[in-house]
Write a protein that binds this ligand. Sequence first.
Ligand code: NAD
Ligand code: MG
Ligand code: MG
Length: 341
Amino acid sequence: MSDLKIYLDKDINQDLIKTKKIAVIGFGSQGYGQSMNLKDSGCNVVLGLRQGGVSDKKAKNYGFKTMSIEDAVKWADVVQVLIPDEVQSDVYEKQIKPNMHSGQYLMFAHGFNIHFKKIVPAEDINVIMVAPKGPGHTVRSQYSEGKGVPSLIAVYQNPNGDGKEIALSYASAIGAGRAGIIETTFAEETETDLFGEQAVICGGVSALMKAGFEVLTEAGYSPYMAYFEVLHEMKLIIDLVNQGGLADMRYSISNTAEYGDMTRGPKVIGEASKNAMKEILKDIRSGEFADEFTNEMQSGHKYFDKLREENRNHPIEKIGEEIRSSFVWGRRENIINREKN
Ligand code: NAD
Ligand code: MG
Ligand code: MG
């Protein structure tokens, strides 16, 4: 690992991005987090949004200048595309591409559409990535605390020759240089990001918590107890892992928990789960997942909506809402406020 290069603010020309006109397309999770941080870092940023829409109102409430997507693209030197992956190719073809000019920087926070060739920019366009490794609302909350979310950068097409410097400077302006920035490729970022969210951090973890909750409640235990044991405590444990690895977590838990962890954990996630993960990775690399997801979203997302509804109605969610509204930690100011950001 000795060849791991981590860029920090001190390694970066932080002023470079301040000389560019930045259009951020979209004011959702990443659009909100990144544009707020860019503004506070002294960058010239405009939001490209559907005029009069919900995001337009939210962005104006924070004092942003907004334009139509078409006008923002025409105006900008740097265009950061922060709308959902499944709409990007359509918006790119109809609203972005016809308004681009030679030498512009087209940026993404995830390599999906470029890597799977759903978007193919002209050769005279610089194509780069700044991908924060955390949710957009956290990109904002960390920045506000003087910290940052570690981020990846990548360069796909570099006709101007300074794509990496622009990406680093942008990453620094959203706070990533306070935490650490790593260079990767569009292919590696896309495939590992999809794998992580499917097999481990989102898919794996939520399936693990739901299964644990079901086993306890089906065996007759209180759903409240089950919620605390398999969901609430997850964050407390993961905070320790995030800070000092599995070793810090095991240092803090009881010997009873540690012995149970090391002898029973592998029975839950063993060879069968690893094989399932390999299948997941295969579908990602072949583009099978990308096509399935794109088709599902473009054909009316009925299956996606059905899954969302089923998951929303799972008992662990209902119990969770009740518990969180009755305890103090549920009453502090939340990082996510759906009315505002
Ligand atoms: P999001 O779903 O929060 O984006 C919503 C925004 O897109 C809103 O402003 C909405 O009005 C706009 N939008 C939706 N459909 C549109 C359309 N057809 N035309 C114009 N605008 C439209 O998006 P997000 O989760 O912030 O993801 C943006 C990008 O960042 C994606 O490439 C994603 O993979 C990447 N990313 C996201 C996260 C995250 O924390 N959510 C983390 C890392 C990378
Ligand atoms: Mg992702
Ligand atoms: Mg316990």
